[in-house]
Write a protein that binds this ligand. Sequence first.
Ligand SMILES: NC(=O)c1ccc[n+]([C@@H]2O[C@H](COP(=O)([O-])OP(=O)(O)OC[C@H]3O[C@@H](n4cnc5c(N)ncnc54)[C@H](O)[C@@H]3O)[C@@H](O)[C@H]2O)c1
Length: 338
Amino acid sequence: MSTSETPVRVGVVGLGHWGPNLARNFAAISGCELAWLCDGSEEVRQRWAPTFPGARMSADIQQLLDDPQLDAVILATPVPTHATLAVTVLRAGKHCFVEKPLAQTVVDAQRAIDAAEDAGKLLMVGHLLEYHPAVVSLKQIVASGELGTPYYLYGNRLNLGVLRSDENALWSLGAHDVSVVLALLDEEPVECFARGESYVRPGVEDVVFCYMRFASGAAAHLHLSWLDPHKERRLTIVGSRRMATFDDMALEGKVTVYDKGFDEDVRSWGEYLARSGDIRSPQIANTEPLRLECEHFVDCIRTGTAPRSDGRSGLRVVRVLEALQLSLHAAAPTGPRP
Ligand SMILES: NC(=O)c1ccc[n+]([C@@H]2O[C@H](COP(=O)([O-])OP(=O)(O)OC[C@H]3O[C@@H](n4cnc5c(N)ncnc54)[C@H](O)[C@@H]3O)[C@@H](O)[C@H]2O)c1
């Protein structure tokens, strides 16, 4: 168990595409020790051992769980393993950081939450964008009322790759946008609708279009694809007074607020005039979101506070993804009449 003098000791499980980024960040945080690395593949372990000479390497997560000095386990394994591994980690009395999404079903997400509560340990989900300084800024802008009432949002998360076989574009890419939409609107949708197509691998959607409606009247649309010529990571939010964008590919002006909209013409009843006023881009700290996310987890362990993206917030995202997934495979809507 760590105190303010002893380091928080963590182990990273899963060293594929993403796990090494988590390992790099936890290893660099002052007051945190990357004590273990774990991957089932011998080749992967050999690849990463030289980069992290201070960490012990294992093929079996049980070795990490048996270490009484280890405070927390970071799971960067494939999505189908998340819930079961998180429950195992928490039942072993370790705090758990699990990559997004928390689980593939609401039932499994709840299992992980229950395990955290029973063990009295922290459960944090790696909803990276909630730690992105641009999203934090956008959330402050929305909460301040500067945009007025949020009308609708749309997100484009497009790229060529990574092509996955164990999850579709909805779960792989949409987990990011759903977490941001829920964080910005601070409410869950009452209607979810999705359509998608599998072109490369049968049964695994490469492109998914999602539509969500909220009780407040807000609506959100997501275009998610790993089969696209463009690399886009963009979100637009249109409010009753102003509009704003978050463009994660932009080097400058990641967040832009547009004083645009329609004003009622006071001289004539029922007429509206387009308003195109100032455009401003707040300064956004150039700090790696992943570093902020990892630091937050270590801080939460030290202070015993609930993480921003805790199990309950991860469950909200899974609830929406599950509803979108069900809709994706529901009966097809009818086409135009001949
Ligand atoms: N936050 C982000 O921006 C972001 C980006 C990419 C991936 N991810 C998430 O990271 C997770 C991993 O994705 P990836 O692309 O690195 O996957 P990957 O398939 O490249 O790597 C997974 C690794 O886990 C290992 N593994 C699987 N089961 C294991 C077990 N029981 N014990 C030990 N090792 C095990 C595999 O050998 C493999 O090396 C996913 O949940 C994904 O959604 C997040």
